[in-house]
Design a protein around this ligand. Sequence first.
Ligand code: ADQ
Length: 465
Amino acid sequence: MGMRDMSRLIIISNRVSATTSGGSGSQGGLAVALSAALRESGGIWFGWSGAETQKFTGHINLQRNVGVTTATIDLEAQDIDEYYNGYANRTLWPLFHFRTDLAEYKRGFAGGYERVNARFADTVSPLLEADDLIWVNDYHLMPLGRELRQRGWKNRIGFFLHIPWPPMRLLLSLPSHRELVESLFAYDVIGFQTHDGVETFLDYARGELHADIGDNGVVTHEGQSVRVIACPIGIDTADFVISANGPVAREVHRRMRISANDRTMIIGVDRLDYSKGLQERFLGYERFLAAHPSVQEDIFLLQIAPPSRSDVQSYQEIRATLDGLSGRINGEFADAEWVPIRYVNKGYPREQLAGMYRAARIGLVTPLRDGMNLVAKEYVAAQDPQNPGVLILSRFAGAAEQLTDALLVNPHSPEEIADALAGALAMPLDERVARWRAMMDNIEQEDVIWWRRKFTDALSNTLSN
Ligand code: ADQ
């Protein structure tokens, strides 16, 4: 219908990370892709600046960089505590990653979440125009669509969830689960990473709300309809391939080979988060070392894990656990010339990361739950087509729906991880190439631009609530 060409796009997310350059740098693929979308259609990216202010004023900091306008607000300490560190990262994140043991339910968190969502709606409203396409991102902002409707906005408003949708029985443990889910019916389209996410959402809509499930994923509840779609996020594949072949990546690759001293490298790259299965990964790797003494010193694991959300206690705890575990495994197996795990707590620019992925014979990606997992896709995109490495991937990453040619493992089983490592090390070149080609076909077709178009087309073509 061409609506996409006519409407401005308004992207709203917790944080704003528009790129100032055209592409590369240390920016993630998401920022690159969304910035490109904004440049095409015109529009604004709105969110929290990341900064704290004494008293919330609703003052908007507008900036224009290379065709992209960003609009950011500062939040008060109490907002950051209750909304960001509280409800988003101590309630919803653990619950949606199946960690009911870590989820904390406090009325103050829920109140802060509602307050900040209302503040987002109040402050973004003066920037909106009647035919803007509004795209709300992620679990921090689930009630924002409802807040905008209450302020009279009749635009098409869509919501994309970057993390998994939890099973109904788990979601029922959230005190305000019903209100939260009902608020989603203010949207016109809800996007999930996987078909599994769509099905799990429909389970709740059917089982708890007794909603009507129609054709084409349209769900109707108390007179409001929303369309639910699976829309898996991809990476900026073309750009990542260029990075992996560029001078920075090649230099990193060369230096990694020297420092590896002919040993085979296994790589893991994750934010330091309990959902990423780092502990289970180390234990699986330990199991492999113990079972294969003869190849022990021919391999090593490079685990890159920059700390995140360090104001939250469970993140301090997982960090301490991993410090202890990597130390214990290294102490147990290392000798004067070799350590089994190189454990690094910092981030790297994308070009350097691409070179490290390419230098690794195995990409080890073992989250216990993950909405998608872009590292798995980046690892594949960075490989040498003539001599590609092997991806070992958790069945519980959203990416496993698409990357069925990875070696899929249950990350809770150290034996499965150890077996997959043995299988990957022994895999002949023709099988490596065939598996890599099949995965790369998907990563090329369903890249981040495909994802963004799929979502905005669905939103453009859906009648507004
Ligand atoms: P994350 O949980 O952050 O994202 P992921 O999808 O793996 O997880 O994305 C991480 C990004 O950060 C990747 O682009 C990666 O290269 C980068 N990164 C990680 N460690 C890094 C390091 N040490 N140095 C530099 N860069 C690093 C959430 C969801 C995911 C979902 C994404 C996008 O949890 O499931 O895939 O959003 O929707």
